[in-house]
Design a protein around this ligand. Structure first.
Ligand code: HEM
Length: 512
C-alpha cells in the first residue's frame, strides 16, 4: 500500500535520527508478545476461516500489495473465497464468492450490518452520526429512511434534473472549445468537476457559488484521502499515539475543523433566510434536512451535527465513485471501437435532430444502459466494507467480534466460474436480462446490496447515463497523437477506490 511505504520511510527516519527509535521498538515488540500470548489462549477451540501464514507483529500486512483488490484475489485463489487476514492487530474477513456475499447481504440478520468506525470516520463524520458509518440501530433506520424517501428518492432525483442539465451543458461548451483548438480533454479532471458540481448544487442549491464550491471540494477530497490514510490506532489499537507522530492526528483535526466551519456557515445563512419553509420541489438537500429538523415529525430528533454529517456523506459518497465510473466507461469505449460505434449509433438515432439531449431520451437507450452495467462489472469502484461487533458464524466458521469485512466485488464480478469471457468488455451480456443494480438476482452488486446497500443508485445512474449520452452524441473521440484504442493503458490502482492508473485524455471531434 502507498501508505505503508510512507510509514516505512517515516519509521526509518525515526530510527536513524534518534535513540528514541530503539526504545519505541522495544516497547512495541514487548506489547505485541503479550498480545500474541493472550490471543493464543483466548481463541482455543474456535473454527476460524482459513488464513495465510502471518508474521508475529504485522500479521498479513506484508502480503498486501499496492493494488489491494488484486492482492486479495491472489490470496483467495490460494486460501479460499472466505479467508481471515490480520492486518496488524485487526481481523479482516475477506469474501470473494458471490454466494457468501449474498448470504451476508440478505440472510445473516443483523450481524454484518455494521461499518468499521475508523479513526478518520469518527473525526470527520461527527463521531459517525452520518448514514454510512453510524452503527446499525434505530438512529441508522431513521436517517436511512430520510435518505431513501426524502433526499435520494426517484422524485428528488427527477427534481434535480435541471442541475444535471445545466452542468452537462457547461461541460459540453468547454469540450467544444477543446475541439476547436484540437486539445485533448483530461477526463480525470473533467469528471471530478462535473460530479462535484452536480452533488454540490443538489445539496446546497442557491448557496452554491463557483468559489465556495472549489475550496469545499478540495476539503471533501482531503476527507476522502484521510479515510484511506495509514492509521496506527485502527490496525494496532494500543499504538494510537503514533498517529500524533505521523501527522495524521493534526491533519484530521484541521480538515474536520475546516469542514465543520464551512458547513456551519452554510447552515447559519440558510436558517437566517428561513428558506426551509419552501414546499416546492426545487428545495435542495439542506432545505429538506432543515425542514425535517423543524417540523418535529421524526421519531428521533436530528441535530445540526447530524445534518452536517449527512451532507458530508453525500459529498464523499456521491462524487468520486461517479467520476471514476464515467472515466472507465469512456476508456472501455475508446478501447473497443465496435462497441463505441454501436452505442453512438443508438444515442444519435434516439436524439435525432433535436438541439439537446433530454434525460427522458436515455430511457430508450438500451445499449447505453448495458455499457454502464458492463463498465461497473469490470471496474466496480468500491470494495464493499462492513464490520461485525459481536462474534458470529458464517458458512460454519467463527467470525471474531470487531472484524472488518471486505467483499471483493471486483474479484467476484470477474470470476470465470460466474461470467463468460470475464475480462472482456461485452455490454451485450446485459441485453434482455433482468439484472439490475440491487444485487438481488445476480452476482452483480457494484452498489453493495441489502439493507445497507447504496441509497444513491438512482442519482448516480441518472448522472452517469446522461453525461455519457451527451459525450457520445456531440463528439467523436480519439486518443492523442494518433494512438490506437487497443493500445490504451487500462491499468488500475487502489486509492480508496479502484481508479485508472493513467488519467484518461481524449481528443474531441465535434459532429456539428
Ligand atoms: C457510481 C456511484 C456509486 C457507487 C459505485 C456507490 C457504491 C456504494 C457502496 C458499495 C456502498 C456500500 C454498500 C453496502 O455496504 O452494501 C455505498 C453506500 C452508500 N452510498 Fe453509495 N455509491 C455511489 C454513489 C452514491 C451517491 C450518488 C450517493 C449520495 C449522494 C451515495 C451515498 C451512499 C450512502 C449514504 C451509503 C451508506 C448507506 C448505509 O450505510 O446505509 N452513493 N455506496
Amino acid at each position: 500500500m502507498d501508505q505503508l511505504n510512507l510509514l516505512y520511510q517515516w519509521w526509518q527516519e525515526v530510527n536513524q535520527t534518534t535513540t528514541v527509535g530503539a526504545i519505541l521498538t522495544s516497547l512495541i515488540v514487548f506489547s505485541f508478545c503479550l498480545l500474541y500470548l493472550f490471543n493464543l489462549t483466548r481463541n482455543k477451540g474456535l473454527n476460524f476461516p482459513p488464513s495465510p501464514p502471518k508474521l508475529p507483529i504485522i500479521g498479513n500486512l506484508h502480503q498486501i500489495g499496492a493494488r489491494l483488490h488484486h492482492s486479495l484475489r491472489n490470496l483467495s485463489d490460494k486460501y479460499g473465497t472466505i479467508m481471515l487476514l490480520h492486518l496488524g492487530h485487526t481481523p479482516f474477513l475477506i469474501v470473494s464468492s458471490a454466494e457468501i456475499a449474498k448470504e451476508i447481504f440478505f440472510k445473516t440478520q443483523d450481524a454484518f450490518l455494521y461499518r468499521p468506525q475508523t479513526r478518520a470516520a469518527r473525526a470527520l463524520f461527527y463521531a459517525c452520526c452520518d448514514i454510512a458509518f453510524c452503527p446499525f440501530g434505530d438512529y441508522w433506520r431513521q436517517v436511512r429512511k430520510i435518505c431513501v424517501q426524502e433526499l435520494l428518492s426517484q422524485r428528488r432525483v427527477q427534481a434535480f434534473q435541471f442541475v444535471r442539465e445545466v452542468e452537462v451543458a457547461n461541460m459540453i461548451e468547454k469540450i467544444r472549445d477543446s475541439s476547436l483548438s484540437g486539445d485533448a480533454v483530461n477526463f480525470t479532471q473533467m469528471f471530478a468537476v462535473i460530479s462535484n458540481n452536480v452533488i454540490f448544487r443538489s445539496a446546497l442549491g442557491r448557496a452554491y457559488e463557483e468559489e465556495t464550491n472549489k475550496s469545499f471540494s478540495e476539503l471533501s477530497r482531503s476527507a476522502m484521502d484521510l479515510i484511506g490514510y495509514f492509521c496506527f490506532e485502527d490496525l494496532f489499537p494500543f499504538l494510537g499515539w503514533l498517529d500524533n507522530l505521523t501527522g495524521l492526528t493534526a491533519k484530521l483535526k484541521t480538515t474536520s475543523g475546516e469542514i465543520r466551519s464551512f458547513l456551519d456557515q452554510m447552515i447559519g445563512k440558510r436558517e437566517i433566510l428561513n428558506s426551509s419553509d419552501d414546499e416546492s420541489d426545487e428545495k435542495d438537500l439542506l432545505d429538506i434536512l432543515l425542514h425535517l429538523q423543524k417540523d418535529g415529525s421524526l421519531e428521533i430528533g436530528i441535530t445540526r451535527e447530524n445534518i452536517k454529517a449527512i451532507l458530508l456523506d453525500m459529498f464523499v459518497g456521491g462524487t468520486d465513485n461517479t467520476a471514476t465510473t464515467l472515466e472507465w466507461a469512456m476508456a472501455e469505449l475508446v478501447k473497443n471501437p465496435s462497441e463505441m460505434r454501436k452505442v453512438q449509433a443508438e444515442v444519435r438515432r434516439v436524439v435525432g435532430k433535436k438541439s439537446k439531449v433530454e434525460e427522458n431520451d436515455v430511457n430508450q437507450m438500451e445499449y447505453l444502459k448495458c455499457v454502464v452495467k458492463e463498465t461497473m462489472r469490470l471496474h466496480v469502484p468500491a470494495m464493499i466494507t462492513r464490520a461485525t461487533i459481536a462474534s458470529t458464524m458464517l458458512q460454519g466458521y467463527d467470525v471474531p467480534p470487531k472484524t472488518i469485512v471486505l467483499i471483493n466485488a471486483w474479484a467476484i464480478q470477474r470470476d470465470p466460474k460466474l461470467w463468460d469471457r470475464p475480462e472482456e468488455f461485452v455490454p451485450e451480456r446485459f441485453l434482455n436480462s433482468s439484472v439490475d443494480f440491487t444485487g438481488q438476482h445476480s452476482q452483480f452488486f457494484p452498489f453493495g446490496a441489502g439493507r445497507r446497500g447504496c441509497p444513491g443508485i438512482s442519482l448516480a445512474i441518472a448522472e452517469i447515463e446522461y453525461v455519457l449520452a451527451n459525450l457520445l452524441y456531440w463528439f467523436d473521440w480519439q486518443l492523442p497523437d494518433g494512438a490506437r484504442g487497443e493500445d490504451l493503458d487500462m491499468s488500475d490502482v487502489y486509492r480508496l477506490l479502484i481508479r485508472r492508473k493513467v488519467p484518461l485524455r481524449l481528443v474531441p471531434v465535434s459532429r456539428f
